[in-house]
Design a protein around this ligand. Structure first.
Ligand SMILES: Cc1cc2nc3c(=O)[nH]c(=O)nc-3n(C[C@H](O)[C@H](O)[C@H](O)COP(=O)(O)OP(=O)(O)OC[C@H]3O[C@@H](n4cnc5c(N)ncnc54)[C@H](O)[C@@H]3O)c2cc1C
Length: 410
């Protein structure tokens, strides 16, 4: 059975960042990847998707964007190429085409079973992604037959959908981008809106992410967050990677997208929407105002404010059997898939319990989850700090193990 010091599961940007930090400490390791490097960007992104973070924010340990367009936004193919290049330059020891099928504790370390053989290691880093599988609500099972259902991970472009109206469920980054694209393709679109994070693309002449970065908002630490559980569940920002272009609900509804409240149920083929649309919009406006106040306080000057979200008369029901809707896009988020983890670190909902990526099982780490150690942990730009700190903890764990071995030998 091959042995290494650390097994990293997953060769997305987090696994590669972790590999870079371990290599810098001369910690022997292997990165096991079921597909190829940047598998998620190759297989789970729609054609028009661009990062919503500007190129200058595409920073990883030992890598910074040096192209000609720092204020542009990479598309999925460019992200893939960037990560491939990063893996090459870092000489990351990636074994592609290797699916991890179980991880279990044994003999003071871990046994990592894969479809290509079994590894043994005292430490394991789970870098297998927070957005591995779409999180589709159970009520999707009540959709009448004949309606095509898909998720953003499977969606590629409007041409792949049957003719007719589309119901997009969820108004975070994926939902608003797909509602916009499908509406532009000439389809009638209804957007079911729940809790969301309204965000202008630019503020006071700069990209909003420049302000969030400069004012330190994205650097807020997990051990300083007021309500960490809530902070870890905040939806993604309503942004699109297009210079100067804001897509919020005002933009969408004035273009002709029909807004509805949160999809609360489906009964006898009728989609039922919550009447909470005015409230969730008012809340999103309020939170945006607070965020801009924070930026203004940092900048020492007041900036513009945006018009409140206009809430049109919204339907409370939509008959899915009428033929008006031919497709439902479940833009309801993603979740990790750790169904193969046989170490007792999961809570009732199957989520890994951790303290900033450090689990209660010594030597088992997690990276890439929302607000793991910082508000920006789920962004590419968040991996550098998180990986450096976890590598430091992991090195300490190895020292402790080595100390224990020396003591027992003497
Ligand atoms: C639609 C979308 C848009 C996003 N846009 C941005 C953006 O604009 N800017 C930004 O900074 N971030 C963005 N993100 C967030 C984040 O950067 C990505 O989700 C990123 O892919 C996460 O990186 P990761 O390394 O944590 O996980 P992933 O990239 O998902 O990598 C995990 C890897 O683990 C592998 N894996 C999983 N299970 C196993 C297993 N059992 N065995 C072996 N390998 C396994 C997978 O194949 C995958 O390659 C976006 C996310 C999504 C979903």
């Amino acid at each position: 059975m091959p042995h290494t010091t650390t097994v990293i599961v997953g060769a997305g940007h987090c696994g590669l960042a972790m590999s870079h930090c371990l290599a810098a400490r001369s910690i022997d390791h292997v990165v096991l990847e079921r597909g190829e490097v940047a598998n998620s960007w190759r297989t789970q992104r729609w054609d028009s998707l661009r990062l919503l973070t500007p190129n200058w924010m595409t920073r990883l340990p030992g890598y910074a964007y040096r192209g000609a367009d720092p204020d542009g936004y990479l598309d999925a193919r460019q992200v893939t190429a960037m990560l491939e290049g990063y893996a090459d330059v870092s000489a990351a020891p990636v074994l592609t085409g290797t699916t991890v099928t179980s991880v279990r504790a044994a003999g003071g370390g871990y046994v990592v079973q894969t479809d290509q053989g079994t590894w043994r290691a005292p430490t394991v880093v789970l870098a297998c992604g927070a957005a591995t599988v779409p999180a589709v609500p159970a009520l999707a099972g009540l959709v009448p037959a004949g309606i095509t259902c898909l998720t953003p991970a499977a969606y590629r472009n409007p041409a792949g959908l049957p003719r007719g109206g589309v119901l997009v469920v969820g108004a975070s980054a994926s939902g608003i981008q797909l509602a916009d694209e499908l509406h532009r393709s000439g389809r009638p679109v209804t957007l079911a809106v729940g809790e969301h994070v309204r965000m202008p693309r630019t503020y006071r002449g700069r990209d909003i992410l420049w302000w969030l970065d400069a004012a330190g908002v994205l650097d807020e630490r997990y051990d300083e967050a007021g309500d960490l559980v809530r902070a870890r569940n905040v939806p993604s920002m309503q942004l699109v990677g297009s210079p100067g272009r804001t897509i919020d609900l005002n933009v969408l509804s004035s273009a002709g997208v029909r807004l509805a409240g949160r999809l609360a149920g489906i009964a006898d083929g009728v989609a039922q929407f919550s009447g909470s649309l005015p409230n969730v919009c008012a809340l999103a406006d309020l939170k945006l105002g607070r965020l801009l106040d924070t930026i203004d306080a940092w900048a020492g000057a007041a900036g513009e404010r945006f018009a409140p979200t206009f809430v049109p008369a919204a339907p409370l029901g939509l008959d899915l059997r009428s033929g008006e809707i031919s497709t439902i896009v479940w833009a309801t988020g993603y979740r990790p898939d750790l169904s193969w983890l046989e170490v007792p670190v999961l809570d009732r909902k199957g989520r890994v319990v951790h303290d900033g990526g450090v689990t209660a099982c010594p030597g088992l780490y997690l990276i890439g989850m929302p607000f793991l150690r910082r508000r920006k942990s789920s962004l590419i730009d968040g991996a550098a700090g998180d990986a450096a700190e976890l590598a430091s903890h992991l090195a300490g764990q190895l020292d402790a193990l080595a100390g224990r071995c020396e003591r027992s030998a003497s």
